[in-house]
Design a protein around this ligand. Structure first.
Ligand SMILES: [Zn+2]
Ligand SMILES: [Zn+2]
Length: 336
């Protein structure tokens, strides 16, 4: 099969992924082989590829990709041929540790990660664990579904940590692909999303934010910071009400917040993707409540260009690699 191989972590400009032939995947008990229909490109892929995460050498060559949607072409499980399923960051968990047993499988210390511990979706085929995949509702296109497995579930988990009430004002810092989902989810709860952005008002408008402003005004009932920017975290913490929560889903070098800004029982928390049932809830939300997405479809072989665009801030929504795409350099922008 064709795959984009990561031989060793390095800056993408210096050592791009290699579009190569790779051995076909082998089926095992409890697993399925899927023909990859779409794979979303995530900022975490860039961190992995460029060596920002310390990973053992025996994981290489690696096939990145953790927003995988595919069609089952071989099954040693209860899933049937032709079923459309997907997987995100958490490939599988151990099922026996304290976290798994208490219903927090996303915090399992023995979890396997798609695109790190197992070969990911930058390929024509992938092996998935049948117990951990989620079915894709018929109403949702593969390219729309793929980003829901990381961007969508991360936005959902972030909003859930805040648990907005009707009429609450929830600040969203860092307007891009994740915020696009989060704003819609906040508005769906009856709360008001306040997009705080200098340059991306049109994205916030399309997502349906109740308020758009270039700096915090008043005090908020919760905040989410999607941009990896410590000064935004400081603004978010100082503008949230006492006792309320600031969620930071992004990978951040450091967070520099004076104690005085988060005293009075303010909480700062991260999110770790989400549970299977939550991923399924996000997919149902997409099918039933018209969750909109902002997707660029690109060829698998263009992954390096896509990653460079992502690095340079040129991708506003989410880019999705389509292995079967044979069109040359056609970029389609779907705005639903
Ligand atoms: Zn991701
Ligand atoms: Zn576990």
């Amino acid at each position: 099969m064709k795959a984009m191989l990561l031989e060793k972590p390095e800056k993408i400009e210096k050592k791009p992924l290699k579009y190569s032939d790779y051995k076909d995947p082998e089926i095992r008990e409890g697993k399925v082989i899927v023909k990859v229909l779409a794979n979303g490109v995530c900022h975490s892929d860039l961190h992995i590829i460029e060596g920002d995460f310390q990973l053992p050498g025996d994981l290489f060559p690696m096939i990145p990709g953790h927003e995988i949607v595919g069609e089952v072409v071989e099954s040693k499980s209860n899933l049937g041929l032709g079923d459309r399923v997907g997987i995100g960051w958490f490939y599988s968990a151990c099922g026996t540790c304290d976290q798994c047993v208490s219903g927090h499988e996303n915090l399992c210390p023995n979890a396997l990660v798609s695109g790190i511990n197992v070969k990911g979706g930058y390929a024509e085929y992938a092996v998935l664990d049948a117990a951990y995949v989620s079915p894709i509702p018929d109403e949702v296109k593969s390219s729309e579904a793929a980003p829901l497995f990381c961007a969508g579930i991360t936005a959902y988990s972030a909003v859930k940590r805040i648990s907005p009430s009707i009429g609450d004002r929830i600040a969203v810092f860092g307007i891009g692909g994740l915020a696009f989902y989060a704003i819609q989810m906040i508005e769906a709860t009856g709360a008001h999303a306040v997009a705080i952005t200098k340059g991306h008002r049109e994205v916030a408008e399309k997502a349906g934010a109740s308020e758009i402003t270039d700096r915090p005004e008043g005090k908020y009932d919760g905040s989410i910071v999607f941009a990896p920017n410590s000064s935004l975290v400081k603004d978010a913490v100082s503008s949230v009400k006492s006792g309320k929560t600031v969620v930071i889903p992004a990978v951040m070098d450091k967070i520099d917040v004076p104690f005085g800004d988060f005293m009075w029982e303010k909480n700062i928390t991260s999110v770790a993707s989400g549970l299977r049932k939550e991923t399924r809830a996000v997919l149902e939300m997409a099918a039933e409540h018209n969750l909109q997405s902002m997707i660029q479809e690109r060829k698998l072989s263009e992954a390096n260009e896509v990653l460079a665009d992502l690095k340079n801030g040129k991708i506003m929504g989410r880019a999705v690699l389509i292995p079967s795409s044979i069109s040359n350099c056609i970029v389609t922008l779907h705005e639903f």
